[in-house]
Design a protein around this ligand. Structure first.
Ligand code: ADP
Ligand code: MG
Length: 331
C-alpha cells in the first residue's frame, strides 16, 4: 500500500506502537502537542540532532529501510556518547515521498525501535510530512550526563595520550564493498558491511571513559583525520598520530588490498565508524587499561604544543600534516 492511501494519522498510529521502553520519568510520549519528561536531578541535559537526506547521506540501492532506521538513530546516540552521556529520548521527523510504501515506513521504524530498545531510549514524538522529492529523516536525541563527566572537544592538554576505541575504517571499507556489489561473494567481509549499515554507538564506552578521566572526546563520524583536527583546534593543541598504531581489523587489511587502497586510508578519511577518539593523561590511561572494562582501546598518538600542528607519522619515520579531509557538504 502507498502512503497516499493510508494518510498521516493512520500512519502515526502505526508508528506509535512499542515506542516506550523506559517509562520511568516519562510523562507524555507520542500523542499530544509535545512530549514531557522529568529530568534526572543534578544531571546536565544533552541535546543533539542529525539530518539524513536521500542521495546525500544514504542511497536506497545500498541500504534497506530497516538499516536506515537503525543508523539514523545510531548517529545521534553516538553524539550523546561522545559527550560522556547516556541517551534517554528521541524525536523523529520524516519527510516522505507520496509514492513510498507503508511497508517501507514500518520497516524504517522497526530499525529505529530495535536500536532504541538496545539502548533503553524512548521515541517520544516527531513530525510527518510529505516530500516532493526524496526521503529526509531528522532525529533529535536527548541524553544526560553528570556535570563533572561532560566531555568537550576543548579539554585536551599537551602530554596527554590520544586513544581510540575499536577498529577504524571498517564502515568506509564496507561502503566501498557495497558500491562494488562484491561483498556477498566473501563471507569474511560481512562484518565490514554490517558496521556500515548498522553502526554501534559507543554509549557504554563513552560513559566509562568519562568516569576514568578522559579530558576531551569526539565520535568518529567523518574519519580520524577530521575528528583529530577538531579536537586540536578546539583545545588549541597540536598532535602526533602514528600511522602504524591505528587499529585496523583483519577484514579491512584484506579488503583494502583488493580495493587497491591502504587500510589506513579508510581509517583516516572514510566516514561513519562511530568509534570514539579521546585524550587522557598517561597515568589515568594506565588505570583505565588495568580496569578490565571490556573495551578495546588503542593509543595512537600524543598531544603536542599547538605549534607542532596535527602530524601523521608514517611507518618510515617521516611526518606530514594530517589534513581534515573528511566529507564536507558545501565543498
Ligand atoms: P501536532 O499537529 O500537534 O504537531 P501531529 O499531528 O504532527 O501533532 O503529531 C501527533 C503526535 O504524533 C505528536 O505526539 C507527534 O510528536 C507524534 N509524531 C508525529 N509524527 C511522528 C513521527 N514521524 N515519529 C514519531 N512521532 C511522531
Ligand atoms: Mg498540536
Amino acid at each position: 500500500m502507498e502512503l497516499s492511501q493510508l494518510g498521516e494519522f493512520a500512519l502515526i498510529d502505526l508508528i506509535k506502537k512499542d515506542t516506550i521502553c523506559n517509562k520511568k520519568n516519562l510523562v507524555i510520549g507520542i500523542g499530544d502537542d509535545a512530549a514531557a519528561f522529568i529530568p534526572a536531578p543534578h544531571q546536565l541535559q544533552l541535546i543533539t540532532t542529525d539530518m539524513l537526506v536521500e542521495n546525500v547521506h544514504f542511497d536506497l540501492r545500498t541500504t534497506s529501510a530497516r538499516h536506515l532506521g537503525y543508523k539514523s538513530i545510531a548517529v545521534n546516540l553516538s553524539d550523546i556518547a561522545a559527550m560522556g552521556g547516556l541517551p534517554t529520548h528521541v524525536v523523529i521527523s520524516i519527510a516522505l515521498p507520496k509514492d513510498l510504501s507503508v511497508d517501507f515506513v514500518i520497516a524504517l521504524y522497526e530499525g529505529m525501535k530495535e536500536i532504541c530498545y538496545e539502548f533503553g531510549v524512548n521515541i517520544v514524538g516527531g513530525d510527518t510530512v510529505s516530500s516532493p522529492h526524496g526521503l529526509v529523516i531528522n532525529v533529535t536525541a536527548i541524553g544526560e550526563v553528570e556535570p563533572e563527566k561532560l566531555q568537550r572537544r576543548s579539554g585536551a592538554s599537551v602530554g596527554e595520550l590520544i586513544v581510540v576505541t575499536g577498529t577504524l575504517g571498517d564502515s568506509g571499507c564496507g561502503l566501498d564493498l557495497l558500491l562494488q556489489g562484491t561483498w556477498k561473494d566473501y563471507d569474511f567481509y560481512q562484518p565490514l558491511v554490517t558496521r556500515h549499515v548498522t553502526p554501534k554507538p559507543q554509549v557504554k564506552a563513552g560513559s566509562l571513559l568519562a568516569s576514568y578521566g578522559a579530558t576531551s572526546m569526539n565520535d568518529i563520524s567523518d574519519g580520524l583525520a577530521s575528528e583529530a583536527n577538531e579536537i586540536a583546534r578546539a583545545s588549541k593543541v597540536g598532535m602526533i598520530i602514528y600511522e602504524k598504531e591505528i587499529p585496523l581489523s583483519p577484514e579491512v587489511n584484506s579488503a583494502a588490498l583488493k580495493l587497491g587502497k591502504a587500510g589506513a586510508h579508510y581509517a583516516l578519511y572514510g566516514g561513519e565508524d562511530y568509534q570514539l577518539l579521546f585524550t587522557i593523561l598517561p597515568e589515568k590511561f594506565n588505570l583505565l587499561s588495568q580496569a578490565e572494562l571490556g573495551l578495546t582501546l588503542t593509543v595512537i598518538g600524543e598531544v603536542k604544543e599547538q605549534s607542532h600542528g596535527v602530524l601523521l607519522a608514517a611507518e618510515d619515520g617521516t611526518a606530514s600534516l594530517l589534513e581534515p579531509k573528511g566529507y564536507n557538504h558545501f565543498r
